[in-house]
Ligand binder design. Structure first.
Ligand SMILES: NC(=O)c1ccc[n+]([C@@H]2O[C@H](COP(=O)([O-])OP(=O)(O)OC[C@H]3O[C@@H](n4cnc5c(N)ncnc54)[C@H](O)[C@@H]3O)[C@@H](O)[C@H]2O)c1
Length: 339
């Protein structure tokens, strides 16, 4: 039984909810959770090829949500779409760190400029909306100390991190100056069903899962000892809903993190065990990745734990088992076998 069920029902039943990036990984899992709570949901997504949007992600709820194929860079669409919404989960983003270095202006347009224009759309058309922005722990860069709390300095190591930092702060500014309630959660590596798996630019977790399922050798860069924390997507959805439902989040920035940081090597070994087979090799760091690598990282989530009552509930082993089972069943919706 969900301990937050009655809070969520009171907050979201019969409410209008806009999710930008709603056909992507986290946005679609959020939609699956909101449908049974009786929310009226609109998903905005550009479905740009090679980004995370996938129509299969709303399989089973396609009749219960409205889908609007629009780009958050289009100010006219956003001016219209934010009207009459009670909540805006602002999750659309260009999420590849490598692409942000190859094509920095697209990252700037989507992750920075559009965030400002979405907030302007709210200022002009719907000041009563509550906004939850999905920030990222990437903006801390290479940690000065561990675990990383919200007071840690921000020194991003790539263009994506800089634009995400600005995107986040626009939200806090509009909360503070215009009273448009907004909050940011700094997500860490999130995994689970409905993630983009067709290429390896969206983080190492989906890529390792795909390689293990395809019987390919996983390549670990450096020595594989880099520590990371990871959250199962249902726990991240919980945090997004709590941040939306609780007024205590207004103007606040909170880390998400997990209790059990794991080395990439141990992570791959766990995947191999749960899959019942697989292999890996330790290889030197490719130069373009080494330049933006951050070494060990794990966060401190005490602020959201004490402030909003969130903690991750899904142990890694359980979350990964569910994730492997999902992709075994629905693999063809996420990637094609190599010819
Ligand atoms: N998944 C993670 O581990 C993680 C970690 C930290 C932060 N985040 C943040 O959470 C958010 C959601 O991430 P995700 O993992 O679900 O990624 P995702 O790529 O699956 O989802 C993002 C969605 O945004 C859509 N989108 C991209 N540009 C758009 C545009 N211009 N207009 C409209 N839609 C557009 C994409 O089509 C995609 O469906 C992102 O902002 C990301 O930066 C995710």
């Amino acid at each position: 039984m969900d301990p937050h069920q009655s809070l969520f029902r009171n907050a979201f039943e019969d409410k209008n909810i806009l999710i930008t990036g709603g056909l992507g990984f986290i946005g679609s899992n959020l939609a699956h959770r909101l449908v049974p709570l009786g929310a009226h949901i609109t998903l905005v997504d550009s479905l740009i090829p090679d980004y995370g949007g996938n129509m299969f992600n709303i399989e089973g709820i396609e009749k219960d949500v409205r889908v609007n194929i629009a780009d958050v860079r289009d100010e006219h669409s956003m001016n219209y779409l934010v009207r009459n919404q009670h909540y805006l989960f602002n999750l659309a983003g260009q999420v590849s760190h490598l692409d942000s270095m190859i094509d920095p202006y697209t990252d700037l347009e989507i992750n920075c400029r559009s965030q400002l224009s979405i907030l302007e759309a709210c200022r002009k058309n719907n000041r009563a909306v509550k906004i939850v922005y999905s920030g990222t722990r990437q903006i801390y860069g290479k940690p000065d100390y561990l675990p990383v709390d919200e007071k840690h300095p921000l020194h991003p190591t790539d263009v994506n991190g800089i634009n995400q930092m600005a995107g986040e702060w626009y939200h806090i500014l509009y909360n503070n100056v215009y009273g448009i309630r907004a909050t940011s959660l700094r997500l860490t590596n999130t995994y689970g069903p409905r993630q983009l798996m067709k290429h390896n630019k969206q983080g190492f977790i989906p890529w390792f899962i795909r390689q293990i399922l395809d019987g390919e050798e996983v390549k670990l860069f450096g020595d594989g000892k880099q520590l990371r924390d990871m959250n199962y997507v249902d726990d991240v959805v919980d945090a997004l809903l709590l941040a939306a439902a609780k007024e205590a989040s207004n103007g606040e920035i909170c880390n998400l993190a997990s209790d059990d940081p794991i080395s990439l090597l141990d992570f791959v070994k766990l995947l191999i065990e749960l899959n019942g087979g697989g292999s890996y090799a330790i290889v030197p760091f490719p130069e373009e990745r080494k330049r933006i690598d951050i070494g060990d990282f794990y966060g401190d989530y005490s602020k959201i734990k004490h402030g909003l009552g969130w903690e991750p509930k899904t142990p890694l082993r359980e979350g990964l088992s569910r994730t492997l089972a999902y992709y075994k069943e629905f693999k063809s919706a996420y990637w094609e076998e190599d010819a």
